[in-house]
Design a protein around this ligand. Sequence first.
Ligand SMILES: Nc1ncnc2c1ncn2[C@@H]1O[C@H](COP(=O)(O)OP(=O)(O)OP(=O)(O)O)[C@@H](O)[C@H]1O
Length: 440
Amino acid sequence: MKKATILIAEDEVNLALLLERILKKEGYLVYTASDGVSAKSILEAKQIDLVLTDIKMPDMDGIELLKYIKKIDSSIEVIVMTAFATVDTAINALKLGAKDYIRKPFDIDEVISAVKKVQFEEAPDELGTYDFNSMLVTNSQKMQDLVKLIHKVANSNANIYIHGETGVGKELVAHAIHEISDRRGKPFIKVNCSALPETLLESELFGYEKGAFTGAFNRKLGRFELANGGTIFLDEIGDISPLIQLKLLRIIQQKELERLGGTQTISLDVRIITATNKSLDTLVHAGQFREDLYYRLNVIPLSVPPLRERREDMTSLIQNFIKISSDMYHTPYKEIEAEAMEVLLGYHWPGNVRELENIIERLLLISEGTVIKSSDLPPYFLHPEDEPSDGLGIYKDSAEEKIIRKALADTDGNITKAAEKLGISRRSLHRKINKYNLGS
Ligand SMILES: Nc1ncnc2c1ncn2[C@@H]1O[C@H](COP(=O)(O)OP(=O)(O)OP(=O)(O)O)[C@@H](O)[C@H]1O
């Protein structure tokens, strides 16, 4: 059963810490914000089920925050906390959709029982145990060996380094490890290290305090802090600068961090999974990647083989992707003509599973009738000499990813508006943003 995620918006630091401690003990995943603006940014970034908010906060009071929450997602429950004198405000909060209110000063049991009374809505695809077979197609011996290894190492806390060509499924493997480990139900936070310049990556990973630098108007929690208790997946780790390498090494050694410009030390219990399609070995030899960090990250190395070395997976992957795309686009399932299948099986797939997934999605949409034929294939499949120079073909980006990118661009990255535009819930949009790594 998925444990609910709670956000505490409270400017009295000691009280926030106390609440955080008790609720974590009860098994909830807890985030804290010391003002309304930080609360809003956590609500944008995370799937929150319940907000415990103080009424009086410096920049935005609890009532305003409540109105904001009910506007963006009415399924997020809110409990307000208020001093006795403002009980009228609390009653007003109930009228505005708050679930309950707690008078300050309160008893710990009172808080726990108010939280337990809330019925949390379950996200259907996060229920139950991780279904390996439906997430990860593994017919080939090579992939089955990898799955065995994943099961062996999932519950050790050791850091894992996944190597493999682009699009082979490294992220899927990282996620699978998290889901079968004891850390499931806790956050799995992904960061694409090549997507951001050094300073942005630094603040994204480690967070900062208000006033840490010009433009730091509010405290920002780093991804490491958000991943606390769970797993952080650092993709394209070979691209991080010497400064970030050093900071990462310190965090691994000390198991704690301080936000930029901060003095408070935050203890960390985060498993680190890294991945790259470059050779870290070569980067170490070339002096571009710290050897000491490499050994810390590479406690358990895993390698995901390229698709052309495990052709036994292809037929199942193709069927799997036809099914997923036909569900997504509400089009009927289509068969693949034998000749077309032969061409697909014989292709060398430089973009690996991602390329296969995108081609299948495209074929399903462009082919006429109920069967996909070889004439529907991109010409370079039949004439490899015409293959585009980047080797990944013209179908590199999936249609869905493009649509989501566009909706986010049209709405300046506003999740609520983008979700509305796409006609999907904020929850599904968050999942898709994670899937396509559009969050950083
Ligand atoms: N074995 C598999 N079964 C089902 N789907 C898969 C499998 N392997 C990969 N995929 C799908 O292929 C796509 C690419 O996978 P993923 O993003 O995990 O690759 P990656 O190696 O992390 O890529 P990159 O190197 O670009 O970061 C994803 O949509 C993923 O769901």
